[in-house]
Design a protein around this ligand. Sequence first.
Ligand SMILES: [Zn+2]
Length: 389
Amino acid sequence: MRKHTLLALLIIALTQTAFARVELDEQTSVRFATRDQATQILGAKDGFARALGSFDRSARLQATENVSTAQVLDFMSRQARSFTDDEKSRVTELLASIRRRLRELGWDLPLPRQVLLVKASSRLENGFPHCRQNAIILPNSTAGLRNPDLKLIIIHELFHILTIAAPDLQERLYAVVGFKPCPGVSFPKQLTERKVTNPDAFGVNYCAELEYQGRPIHATPILLSPTATYDPSRDIPFIEYARVRFLVVEKEGEKWACRYKDGSPMVLKRSEVSGYLDKVGRNTGYIIHPEEVLAQNFMFIVRGREEFRTPEIPAEMTKVLRQCSKEGTKKEARAVFRLPGQTSPRQQWVDSTSVAVPTGILRLPTAKLTGPGAPLRGRTPAASPQSRS
Ligand SMILES: [Zn+2]
């Protein structure tokens, strides 16, 4: 009897060791966060938490009243869950397949040394997968962990982890879709009460030259709710409130700032701006932000899709990624969550709570966009990433 118990314990220990870590390449491993670790990650006051506006916070708790950052973090941390062995086994297989594909592509991407996988309840972020620094958050929903296309989702999320870890590479990739850094811009206070924040692209630090009324302008896409208050009686996910808008920015000397008109920050609708699709291309309908456009194209490249409506984007991205692999830019990796007892040899890594970095997933089922690449209304993009092309 005792022998059997010991054997059972040994099997459990071996299984847990087998699942503890999956090597994605020679320098990057993926780990499953325990529930306690997940609680810490989801409750961390990181750049995303600090970027939340009042609508953001109330809507996540489905509340009409004002909600503090501490309350929203408490809510998010309580959505932490543990992976089952079956889930770990499935994800491990998917990661092995991604690893094979990355090898095939000959890439040595500057991913952080450690990527974490966090399981959460389907109440988190409307059940949509997203990232928190070097952690991929997979809600237990049909859009997340239970998605048949989970492999594609992980590839998409890995892109966000990559750009967070390697800001220089991020800049080169954003240039592929016509975006350049605009340091100094901060989200205007007048708009924060209607702000809808994408955990994967919450910064306003890249802009593109577009056209408004026949004149060139610089602008950056943001998400705004039409109302400052979340209405629980309507019983719709808060993501349904998000509308894509363009925040106009301009350079003042060496610094960038928002442009104001009659005392208000200048915000344009998609229909008022031209040139955006020419930049972000037509390979995906998920074009709420350059970060998401690039993540989708990255996913297509890794998946091995061959036909594109805008082939220049994946071709150029491949060139940049190949180049950075040769340069060995892994040393750039920064801003990561570290699990207790794990130290990184990269001294420049800093504690997650002290860094505000741009990240990049909020999959908007109803991004209010028109044009050939627009997602179909009502479709949950995360449910079928490849169908968004
Ligand atoms: Zn994304």
